[in-house]
Design a protein around this ligand. Structure first.
Ligand code: PEP
Ligand code: MG
Length: 566
């Protein structure tokens, strides 16, 4: 048995399809006829573009439009004049072979992206993906075609690239990779496609070969190769139980999120755009608790116009059919950059010029977004939320701008809903501590634990080295959450949470007991959370929460929860 990280839930028993990425050895050669070499390169580049278009076309049958964006990025990269010109220049100037010139170009580009930090990880993956295809085409090496899989299979690979995952068809019953973690691209894609996946399974490549039988348990992160009859039966039984559980959860789609003793909460979904609305509704979401509007900006070539934004917000509000939609105003900076804006160089961008700080400084950008939101407000139930609020003054300044824009729109004869709400994220400890004061001004809070934890523990949420400090269950974090909720309730306001903690099965009972009113999470987590909420009494959850905040360590809290869940 091999162990790995369970990255996308499910259990499968199927044949191994070992994805053997061809080894491409690049040797530097001197070429006599540089023009012929340039022609060879240009033909391979054209073929690469065609190949990517072909993969995109096949993937479009299964993936959502935004999941196809990776191919647009690849096409853009393959069509980048810089790639063409630099490779041609090095063939011509140095009389080197095309594959060597491409390889050199790739190494330089990767080295540059690596100095730019974690945010560029995806770009690095894209460069590798595109230049690998290009080198294979130059050398006449075949790239395995995953779309040709036509029997139930589990893919075993070193890692899956974005274009690999996009090619998975209905015969793929799971995959297992040698490297990777819960948040790697392949894991995210597996979740979206509901394919069981175990990643970071050291040794799987050496152990498995195509045609072996593999039992993949992506609930506990366990793999058995060529299992005996009894093991196959056990894994099949687990697969059936899991499928039944998934089916049973569907019954809860239209149920209320109410505890056994009648305490009702709201379970909502986090979205990045209109494409995610269907998933939230399909999974029984009672609203959108976080619409991350930065994707509208990050996907654009220039600042999105008021009209573009208006259409995007209207579409989401209408799509949710009158259910509450919390739209977060621009949260850019930190690790989120824009191609068309130069952020100032700062030592600590996460603590720097970002989110509401930038919006209050560059008010035109902010006003454009607010006007679009206010105009869209008549198409549904809108809640406007400011990110990264640290002081009451910031909140009041931001809210005043909303009111100014509302007055201007009304004077222009444009309709604005009379009952939209204006609230804030609580993701800076200062705001949590002062929640009682903030709630005099804000209509609601949504706790952003992803940032709240990193700022409270002084631990970069992207750093592997200090990830041991990233402790959602640390009693200090629970106390900040408690303060926030109580602060909201003091002034009759509601408190939600849209950080990843809200959907964690081990956090739901505690958060419920602390009095959280709204939980916003990935769409696929909603039904499970509803099952938890409907199986618990509020009284019991309160008892658990009260004990948890008295503990000394995160581990002690987790032990209490484990005991409780059992
Ligand atoms: C958070 O900080 O918890 C949050 C939801 O925002 P983001 O992850 O976008 O920073
Ligand atoms: Mg945040």
């Amino acid at each position: 048995m091999l162990k790995g990280i369970a990255a996308s839930a499910g259990v499968s028993v199927a044949k191994v399809y070992k994805l053997e990425t061809p080894e491409v050895v690049i040797v530097k050669k001197t070429v006599e006829d540089v023009d012929a070499e340039v022609a060879k390169f240009e033909a391979a580049l054209e073929k690469t573009k065609k190949d990517i278009e072909g993969v995109k076309e096949r993937a479009a049958k299964r993936l959502k439009p935004e999941e196809l964006e990776v191919f647009d990025a690849h096409l853009m990269m393959a069509g980048d004049p810089d790639l063409h010109d630099q490779v041609v220049a090095s063939i011509k100037n140095d009389s080197v072979n095309a594959e060597y010139a491409v390889d050199t170009y790739a190494s330089t580009a990767i080295a540059i992206f690596e100095t730019l930090g974690d945010y560029f990880k995806e770009r690095i993956a894209d460069v590798k993906d595109v230049t690998f295809r290009l080198k294979c085409n130059l050398l006449g090496v075949m790239i395995p075609d995953l779309t040709s899989i036509d029997e139930p299979s589990v893919i075993v690979a070193h890692d899956l690239t974005p274009s690999d995952t996009a090619q998975l068809n209905e015969w793929v019953k799971g995959f297992c990779t040698e490297i990777g973690g819960k948040t790697s691209h392949s894991a995210i894609m597996a979740n979206s496609l509901e394919i069981p996946a175990v990643v970071g399974c050291t040794g799987i490549l050496a152990a498995a070969k195509t045609g072996d039988v593999i039992a993949l348990d992506a609930l506990d992160g366990e793999i058995v190769l060529n299992p005996d009859e009894a093991t196959i039966a056990a894994y099949n039984a687990k697969a059936v139980a899991f499928a039944e559980e998934r089916e049973a959860l569907k019954v809860l789609k239209d149920a209320k999120s109410i505890t056994t003793d009648g305490h009702e909460v709201e379970l909502a979904g986090n979205i990045g755009g209109y494409a995610d609305v269907e998933g939230v509704l399909k999974n029984g979401g009672e609203g959108v608790g976080l619409f991350r509007t930065e994707f509208l900006y990050m996907g654009a070539k220039d600042w999105p116009t008021e009209e573009e934004q208006f259409q995007a917000y209207k579409q989401v509000l209408e799509g949710m059919g009158g259910k509450k939609v919390v739209v977060r105003t621009l949260d850019i900076g930190g690790d989120k950059h824009l191609d068309y804006y130069d952020f100032p160089q700062e030592m600590n961008p996460f603590l720097g010029y970002r989110a509401i700080r930038l919006c209050l400084d560059q008010k035109d950008i902010f006003r454009t977004q607010l006007r679009a939101l206010l105009r869209a407000s008549v198409y549904g139930k809108l809640c406007i939320m400011f990110p990264m609020i640290a002081t009451v003054q910031e909140f009041c300044d931001a809210k005043a701008i909303v009111k100014e824009e509302e007055a201007k729109l009304i004077a222009e004869g444009v309709a604005v809903s009379p009952d939209y709400q204006v609230g804030m994220m609580v993701e800076i400890p200062a705001a949590a501590v002062l929640a009682e004061q903030f709630s005099k001004y804000a209509d609601f809070f949504s706790i952003g634990t992803n940032d709240l934890i990193q700022y409270s523990m002084a631990c970069d949420r992207m750093s592997q080295k200090v990830s041991y400090l990233y402790q959602p269950w640390n009693p200090s974090i629970l106390r900040l959450i408690k303060m926030t909720i109580e602060g909201a309730h003091k002034n009759g306001k509601w408190a939600g949470m849209c950080g990843a903690m809200a959907g964690e099965p081990k956090a739901v009972p505690i958060l419920l007991g602390l009095g959280l009113d709204e939980f916003s999470m990935s769409a696929t987590q909603i039904l499970n959370a509803r099952k938890q909420v409907t199986n618990i009494s509020f009284e019991k959850a309160q008892e658990l929460a009260a004990k948890c905040i008295e503990q000394d360590t995160a581990d002690q809290v987790l032990d209490l929860v484990a005991e409780y869940i059992k």
